[in-house]
Design a binder for this molecule. Structure first.
Ligand code: ZN
Length: 190
């Protein structure tokens, strides 16, 4: 019978190519959303399972993610043990829309049997709105893009490429995407 040894839900996982060691970072326990819906840009699921010598060397299971009544993900997961009794799976899920507050449950099934459950609370946090800034590519000064966002959702939100003009620092038009953007600091930006 297959058994679950380790199971985590996080924002990322890296595998060291030299040592083959896995590092799980930013474990997801709670999501603070100012307003819904939000899009979870990435969820990384790390599963280590063991088999007995009598189990098949190919494991096929199902990963099901629900939030309240809604099923958000249902995905087949496969692990090839080769000659080992222990195997691991890394599953990356992208762009998951959260439309209600409540418990996000991620369940791993082996055929009909539940192997493990992870829960992440999706909580309503008071909205604190800040201006989205970029650094003006001409002057290097921080400038507002004209968009505001709730600080609780900024990290998980996706932004399409945006353009604004005129730039308050140089008067030109700039286009930006999320990797260029940051929130205005608490002190006044000049
Ligand atoms: Zn500029």
């Amino acid at each position: 019978m297959y058994s679950l040894i380790f199971y985590s839900v996080s924002e990322g996982i890296s595998i060291d190519s030299r040592t083959n060691q896995a590092t799980v970072f930013s474990i997801l326990e709670q999501i603070n959303a100012g307003a819904l819906p939000i899009i979870l840009s990435k969820v990384a699921i790390y599963i280590v399972i063991a088999r007995e010598a009598t189990d098949l060397p190919d494991f096929t299971g199902t990963l099901i993610m629900t939030l309240g009544e809604a099923q958000l993900v249902s995905q087949k997961v496969v692990c090839n043990f080769k000659d080992q009794l222990k195997g691991r799976m890394v599953i990356d899920l992208y762009g998951i829309p959260l439309t209600t507050f409540g418990k996000l449950q991620i369940k791993l099934f082996d055929d009909q049997r539940l192997l493990g459950t992870k829960e992440v609370d999706v909580l309503q946090a008071p909205a604190i709105t800040k201006r989205i800034m970029i650094r003006c590519p001409v002057t290097g000064k921080p400038v507002p893009t004209g968009m505001n966002v709730d600080i609780n959702s900024f990290k998980s939100l996706e932004f399409p490429r945006n353009t604004f003009s005129p730039c308050p620092a140089c008067g030109q038009s700039h286009s930006w995407e999320k990797k260029d953007a940051f929130l205005e600091p608490d002190e006044k930006v000049s």
